[in-house]
Design a protein around this ligand. Structure first.
Ligand SMILES: [Zn+2]
Length: 249
């Protein structure tokens, strides 16, 4: 280690050099004092180094090693004998800070790991979810044709007993597709969509497949049956819980 000390408050104070050697410190000064003796400038600098840890740390190996070791824990390097290889000290405004010599050295802390995680995992924009609300599926018979179709997918609050509460808000099942990569869920949502737009009374092979995917209910949503006799509108009182069971046809 070596350093040059100046006195900012005193313009006539000559720069004093301090160099650390294995066997001690070498101080140099450009003043006119006789050589071989410690001049007043060197004495002042030496006094400051010994008194003030933030200056002495640069020349006191033990002190510096302790300080670096403290920072080295975060890097898993606390047992390295020569920490000067990995870390450097900075002195700014009377404060010492430790930083790694190489910028590729990364601390393994909660903060750094979460920062790294953010960097490598793409940000997933989760739709705003209200924990209080659940998605449910309401099935009804078509008003004019006697076939089953999915009236709508809704979010609603539910009671502890599983009864849904008003208000109920419609959800487009195709919007839910983007939240999943699961094949069965994808089939479920597209199946629901198919039955929402079911205008063909003739049952096709694809209908059966879609129905199977719906009944499989991979997302595990509660199903309700809309009772037209109670109300034409879908409300909490006009739907009853439904348990689906599906036989291979
Ligand atoms: Zn001097």
């Amino acid at each position: 280690m070596k350093g040059v000390f100046i006195n900012q408050a005193n313009g006539t104070f000559p720069p004093v050099g301090v160099v650390q050697h294995a066997d001690g410190l070498l101080l140099t000064c450009n003043c006119d004092s006789p050589p071989g003796k410690l001049c007043e400038h060197q004495a002042l600098v030496l006094g400051a180094i010994t008194r003030r840890d933030e200056l002495g740390i640069f020349f006191n190996n033990k002190l510096r090693h302790e300080k670096l070791k403290h920072s080295a824990y975060d890097y898993g390097l606390e047992n390295e004998p020569d920490l000067d290889r990995y870390f450097k000290l900075d002195y700014q405004r009377k404060i010492i800070s430790v930083s790694p010599v190489s910028t590729s050295l990364m601390p393994v802390t909660k903060e750094s790991l979460s920062g790294l995680n953010d960097l490598i995992t793409p940000t997933v924009h989760q739709p705003v979810k209200d924990d209080e609300r659940t998605v449910c599926v309401v099935i009804k018979q078509h008003k004019y044709y006697q076939y089953l179709f999915i009236e709508s997918v809704l979010t609603a609050q539910t009671t502890k007993e599983g009864k849904i509460k008003n208000p109920m808000a419609p959800v487009n099942p195709l919007d839910l597709i983007w939240e999943t990569e699961d094949n069965n869920r994808l089939k479920f949502y597209t199946g629901i969509n198919k039955f929402q737009n079911h205008l063909n009374s003739k049952r096709t092979e694809a209908d059966i497949k879609a129905l199977r995917a719906i009944v499989k209910n991979t997302p595990g949503y509660p199903f309700y049956y809309h009772d037209n006799a109670i109300s034409e509108n879908i409300t909490a009182t006009s739907v009853v819980p439904l348990w689906l069971c599906f036989r291979m046809m």
